[in-house]
Design a protein around this ligand. Sequence first.
Ligand code: FES
Length: 104
Amino acid sequence: MIEFYPVCKFTDIGFAEGKAVEIEGKRIAIFNVFGKLYAIENVCPHMSATLHDGTVEGRSVICRLHFWEISLTDGKCITDPAYCVATFPVKVEKGIVKVGIEKS
Ligand code: FES
């Protein structure tokens, strides 16, 4: 079962920007790609830098430390396909961004 957690207002995340949130101990980065939101694990698979402060290019984020590219759509590492990050469902209800976490 997926439970959705409210994290911020939609207007809190600028276009082509990311925002860091934490839900149930999970570090999550939410990105606004010209109105469409994506939520991924906020830990770079290379050396664990945060990803919310990377550069958004298309539907990817480029890590600020060593420039690995991570797909926002499926969490796969484009620079090294052996790596990936988790993705999370995200939706907006009445202007509030909600991120879904799988509950057991
Ligand atoms: S820590 Fe992200 S590319 Fe190195």
